[in-house]
Design a protein around this ligand. Structure first.
Ligand code: ADP
Length: 400
């Protein structure tokens, strides 16, 4: 069974084709700068074939055509008939989807109605879906939502202490993000420890350019750091994370900035970039080693916020089996992991520093053997998780 996974963004289409018998990616590719003069498309196959294309790609329709050209040109596919299903990543499903779903007109309409909650992402996802459906309406397309895993949060976690009408009229509540990744790495962590997922409790730390933490009890998410939007929670590459909300009106008044300008600053010009001068953790650490005090401050602030959430989540979870690190920083940065875990011994979290520092591609635990809470590193694979969900939904539709 071959499943194509598409992550359609506002100016890009990322794609990956999976052979689901072996769970291997046959290729991955990207069409970027759609609508701009310097559009660029690239595919890399499992066998190392690389094909590229540059030029003007007007819109997502042409973007999907270029993707197909690359799939055929690299000989990964000889016909679209070989694809058994397409899985689409969708950032925002709000509280209207508690599972992945086969895409039909009603689903498209619902995703469209959620645009106010994800004005950059949902229109781009819709464009990708419409094009794949236009080209081959007979191939099942499945929407896999980043928000689904967080739908099990209790109301006390997802409500904001704001007037009720904001929730009722505008759906203002916590939805979370990175749900596919949190679920994927939590399941992998449970497997590493040989514990059934529905009896597994853990804290998952997705630390990439965007970063979030989830509290998982008996296989279900009960809280997560991202909120109505992916701005809440941790300090990130360019996002500030949680700050005193009164800073916004303060800056509007005193710095003469509009709400929109502050929103852009909080999303694109804050975080590691604002404090340490770069949004790349590797560069932060290089600068820090060269004596840059602001880079050290950025590192310390990043780590401090993570530790605060770990403490908070242990307080609401009680006993946990593991804390799980994933994504660019979580998987690769031993120094961040060590800094995060230092001082957490009181919670039964004790790191084996040598194991932590040893590079490895497979999920593994790096805690000391006698510790109660395992420290596990799991490479995330959101696309594989989307492909697996796509197969599950297609099969369940066949049965019913
Ligand atoms: P996203 O998918 O959100 O764009 P990633 O998961 O790719 O983000 O993570 C990007 C972050 O991971 C960057 O801050 C980058 O510096 C960091 N990173 C990637 N590789 C390493 C590494 N080997 N060591 C330390 N940090 C790394």
């Amino acid at each position: 069974m071959k499943i194509l996974v598409i992550n359609s963004g506002s100016s890009s289409i990322k794609f990956k084709l999976y052979d689901m018998e072996t769970k291997t990616a046959l290729c991955k590719g990207l069409v970027e700068q759609i609508g701009m003069p310097n559009a660029h498309a690239k595919i890399i196959t499992k066998n190392g074939t690389v094909l590229e294309k540059t030029g003007y790609i007007d819109d997502h329709g042409l973007g999907i055509d270029v993707m197909n050209e690359l799939l055929f040109g690299s000989k990964v596919l000889s016909s679209l008939d070989e694809i058994d299903g397409v899985g689409h990543r969708v950032v925002q499903g709000a509280d209207l989807f508690d599972d992945a779903v086969l895409i039909d007109d009603e689903v498209l309409e619902t995703i469209r109605n959620l645009i106010p909650l994800a004005p950059l992402h949902n229109p781009a996802h819709l464009a990708g879906m419409k094009e794949t459906l236009r080209i081959r309406p007979d191939i099942p397309n499945v929407a896999v939502f980043d928000t689904v895993f967080h739908q099990t949060m209790p109301k006390s976690s997802y409500m904001y202490p704001l007037p009720f009408e904001f929730y009722e009229k505008y759906k203002v509540r916590k939805y979370g993000a990175h749900g596919t990744s949190h679920q994927f790495v939590a399941k992998a962590g449970a497997k590493v420890l040989g514990i059934d997922f529905d009896k597994f409790s853990c804290i998952t730390l997705h630390l990439g350019s965007g970063a979030s933490i989830s509290a998982i009890k008996d296989g279900k998410c009960i809280d997560t750091t991202m909120g109505l939007t992916p701005l809440e929670g941790l300090m990130m590459g360019t996002r500030c994370g949680s700050i005193d909300p009164a800073i916004v009106p303060f800056l509007m008044k005193n710095a003469n900035l509009s709400g929109e300008e502050i929103d852009t600053i909080m999303n694109k010009k804050s975080g590691l970039l604002a404090i340490g001068g770069t949004n790349d953790m590797r560069e932060i650490e290089a600068k820090m080693d060269a004596g840059d005090e602001n880079a050290k401050l950025a590192f310390d602030m990043f780590v401090l916020r993570i530790k605060k959430y770990i403490g908070a989540y242990i307080a609401i979870l009680g006993e946990i089996n593991a804390i799980i690190f994933t994504a660019g920083i979580g998987e690769n940065d031993a120094r961040v992991r060590e800094a995060v875990c230092s001082g957490l011994e009181i919670f039964g979290i004790r790191m084996d520093k040598d194991k932590n520092a040893a590079p490895h591609d497979e999920p593994r635990w790096v805690g000391l053997p006698e510790t109660k809470v395992r420290i596990i590193i799991v490479p995330t694979d959101e696309e594989l998780a989307i492909a697996e969900d796509t197969v599950r939904i297609i099969n369940s539709c066949k049965k019913s």
